[in-house]
Design a binder for this molecule. Sequence first.
Ligand SMILES: [Zn+2]
Length: 416
Amino acid sequence: MKKIGKYSFGIGDRFAHQGHAQLSALLKAQKGGIEVTPVWNKSNREHMYVHSNPADTRKEADQAVKELGYKGEYCVDADHINLGNVENFIHSSDFFTIDVASKIGILATPADVETFVSSCAAYTGKLTIPNIIHPFDVNKALLEKIAGKFLTAITEAGNIYRFIRDRKGSDDFVTEISMDEVETPQSPVELFFILKMVANQGIPAQTIAPKFTGRFNKGVDYVGDVAMFAKEFEEDILVIDYAVKEFQLMDNLKLSVHSGSDKFSIYPEIQRIITKYDKGIHVKTAGTTWLEEVIGLAVSGGEALKAAKFIYAQALSRQEELCAPYADVIDIKADQLPSAEEVSTWSSEKFAHTLRHIPGHPDYNANLRQLIHVGYKIASEMGTYYTDLLKANKDVIGQCVEENIYDRHLKRLFKL
Ligand SMILES: [Zn+2]
């Protein structure tokens, strides 16, 4: 079975042009002594919006690896797939993020619930998890509640896992289970019994993505109580550690943080906690690279700057349409968006400083940044006009992409 390394980073890329720059950033971390496995992730939704297909992601990854002479492991992640859309990803992917969020809360049959609850008999009463101070009170009612909420979802994850394994004809791939795209976070005690279900299904999960406390808005920093996040994150790590031993799960099972990009204020906490317990982590930050493309275009000036301004103006006039699919993961204050007329007068520097994620920079505007984050459909509609600009300004854009991933993400996450 393909096994993912201790640290891995999801470097999705909307238009499949930045593989080289992304891998360069990870290789820079390697020089600093931290080996981070690159994982090129792309969801079905993204493929649909930009009219690409999973084979393009594989091509991009293979090409970057070849160009840079990279000898380590890497993966291509079929991100957020389900039974309805996984088929297209079977051949090109070797990492599958099985998304069962839509099945959470669908009741299982009473017989299945009963079977699950009795399989947990050993954990009723005071459940003590090493290093978590307060034991959890576990009784039949709690188990029934957890089964009612999650059993159907994890049973579905088992069906999807077996479908992929059968279609690939082997288990030589990495399996992630994701439940992050829901409103309510899963508590650590829920996670423990979810992992019991994963074990009962025989899914060799190597990463799991719960929904964490707080808001993970697209492209901007974490909004919420960092201390509360840290407590939950630490307990999740301890729960996983204990569950791996109790349920004979994969010994490299680790948390996957679907960051929605750029959750800088929780990175130091993640860093502190994984170091404290010597644990691995997977972080997905797909959209951040698309934003760096627009920044790189702006910095390049001339026709490229005009294109960046065009993307903003279009996104502004089509705000409702572009924001609708992301309504739950963005918070844009419309009155703080500059007008297209104003932006049309901006210099390269002014545009870049407004969009670039440097918290505290006087020009930085998180509202404009979120709007452009969801505006990649505009670039997709520009077709080869857009991708030709990416090619013509590849050095400047590549530098922006690499600097962003290395300086703003990897340095913070791994204390480089
Ligand atoms: Zn996600």
